[in-house]
Design a protein. Structure first.
Lengths: 244, 291
């Protein structure tokens, strides 16, 4: 049986986590609605997703302010500190994913009326499904504090990246066949990019969850290259975490 | 034989290379020649009661090392063993090894008075003598037989303790009239006047208000350039703010005898301990989740 000395503080931390999960749930719902709007030329649904984003922004702001207050008032340490830092970071990631769903819907308005081939519709559906799956796994990893789930995200994201490549090739081919105008092709390429970015945000969230759980940040490829280069020249930028 | 003589006596000095780090994170950034204390399997007893057991710690020169943990975990007992203050308690005894600069502090040939000159102590409650400010600071050097240059010692000690500007015009006034924060800085000046290498501080701010506490913390950061400091504190934020390394002590309770023995759970850099401790007991303590 565990005795809580800081029960109120830890309840506040749980509330922050729950609010992030709520935010993520809204994002997870916005993505398939954006996809439906795109597939079905549904401007009303697109507008609905766009309008709903204000609520997500408000939720995100509230999470951020709550985190600032907890840092100022509670001086969190160890897992508590890592939880708050993680909440602040992934809050921004989910908010941005929500914006990307909005961007998809704005794209729907710009290409309103075009007829998408069955192949393109299939690829869009698949990209939408993968983006939802990645976002859902990221929030499961966060809510459960599962470094295993978080570690699975980069590989899962490869599938979405591949779909985006296939989609781009397909719209270029459709443009070459005269089935899509240049502006429509560009808009669709951007839309594919928005889906792909949602996947990247999920991967980032996974990295933050890894930090929260293990205390170690997975090193990005760029950081690893910079460290290796500094090590080679011994022209430092030493690892501050080891510098004592 | 004083400590200096012992330090040059090959039969007593133990090779620093033998120092075996035994606790998590002990190996982080220690420089062998700068190790001031080397405690290995150190246990402190009061009679047959073992107050704290099996402490393994290296203390690095010119660093601030904080000892934290719940009441009864033995952190003050360990601190006092570092300058043989426990000798003053008749039933207290130490087992294991405690080396100061490679010299066994508890070697019978070591003079405890010399130990306490080199390893000064500042207590929880400021304890000025009922004498003038000047005489308080000059007390240690006088006892050591020093007669000349006392003015300089008093001035430099008060300056190092960040007290000079406040008291330079009233050095002959009684120290009892000073504020709590000033009295504590006077205690630090008095310790410094004996020219120690190490300062042990046992809850030095617990009787002070936040402003006076902040002054002492600032002062500690300045003193670190010259002295090695060990501080026992109940205030985790203070340990996090001021120290380079932190040792977390906990308590284990013997079910049959209901006796509580302190033990060192985790000792590592302060940044590591407060952001990502290795031991779950540390994590539970610093986040207020007690098992």
């Amino acid at each position: 049986m565990q005795n809580e000395l800081r029960g109120n503080f830890h309840e506040d931390l749980d509330a922050v986590r729950d609010t992030i999960v709520t935010l993520a749930a809204h994002v997870t719902e916005a993505i398939p609605r954006a996809t439906d709007a795109l597939i079905n030329n549904d401007l009303e649904m697109a507008q609905d997703v766009i309008a709903h984003d204000d609520e997500l922004d408000l939720l995100s702001l509230q999470i951020e302010e709550r985190c600032y207050a907890l840092i100022a008032l509670q001086q969190p340490m160890a897992i508590d500190m890592r939880s708050i830092v993680t909440a602040m970071k992934i809050n921004g990631e989910y908010e941005r994913s929500g914006d990307l769903a909005v961007n998809i819907c704005k794209g729907v308005r710009r290409i309103y009326g075009i007829a998408l081939s069955p192949t393109l519709r299939g690829l869009i559906t698949s990209m939408g499904d993968e983006a939802v799956r990645l976002t859902r796994v990221s929030v499961d990893a966060y809510a459960e504090g599962s470094s295993g789930l978080a570690a699975a995200l980069p590989d899962m994201d490869d599938r979405l990246d591949d779909l985006q490549v296939d989609f781009i090739q397909e719209i270029f081919a459709a443009h070459a066949r005269g089935e899509l105008k240049l502006e429509e092709t560009v808009q669709l390429a951007l839309i594919a990019r928005f889906y792909e970015r949602i996947g990247d945000h999920a991967v980032n969230i996974g990295e933050r969850v890894m930090y929260m759980v293990t205390g170690e940040s997975p090193e990005s490829a760029g950081a690893a290259r910079a460290r290796a280069a500094a090590h080679e020249t011994e022209d430092v930028a030493p690892d501050v975490s080891e510098a004592e | 034989m004083n400590a200096e003589e012992i330090a040059t006596d090959d039969s007593v000095v133990t090779d620093m290379a033998d120092a075996v780090p035994a606790t998590t994170g002990q190996d982080r950034g220690f420089v062998a020649e700068d190790i001031v204390f080397d405690a290995s399997d150190l246990s402190v007893y009061y009679g047959d009661f073992r107050a704290v057991r099996d402490v393994n710690m290296l203390i690095q020169r010119k660093e601030i090392t904080a000892l934290i943990g719940p009441s009864g975990c033995g952190k003050s007992t360990v601190l006092r063993s570092f300058n043989r203050m426990n000798d003053l308690i008749p039933t207290a005894r130490v087992e294991g090894n405690l080396l100061y600069r490679g010299v066994d502090l508890y070697d019978p040939r070591v003079d405890p008075v010399e130990v306490r000159r080199r390893i000064g102590m500042v207590f929880q409650k400021p304890n000025p003598f009922p004498k003038s400010i000047y005489d308080n600071v000059a007390y240690g050097p006088r006892v050591a037989g020093r007669k000349k240059g006392l003015d300089d010692v008093v001035e430099s000690s008060l300056k190092k303790a960040a007290l000079w500007d406040e008291v330079k015009d009233r050095l002959q006034e009684s120290a009892i009239g000073m504020s709590g924060g000033q009295q504590q800085r006077l205690s630090i000046a008095r310790a410094i006047a004996s020219d120690p290498e190490v300062l042990l501080m046992d809850e030095p701010c617990s009787a002070l208000d936040p402003i006076a506490t902040a002054r002492i913390e600032e002062l500690m950061a300045e003193l670190k350039d010259e002295y090695t400091i060990l501080i026992v504190t109940h205030n985790m934020q203070q340990a996090a703010r001021v120290s380079d390394r932190t040792a977390f002590f906990s308590v284990e309770v013997d079910e049959t005898s209901d006796r509580r023995t302190g033990l060192l759970v985790e000792y590592t850099t302060t940044e590591k301990l407060f952001s990502n401790p290795d031991d779950e007991r540390t994590e539970n303590y610093i986040t207020g989740r007690f098992g």
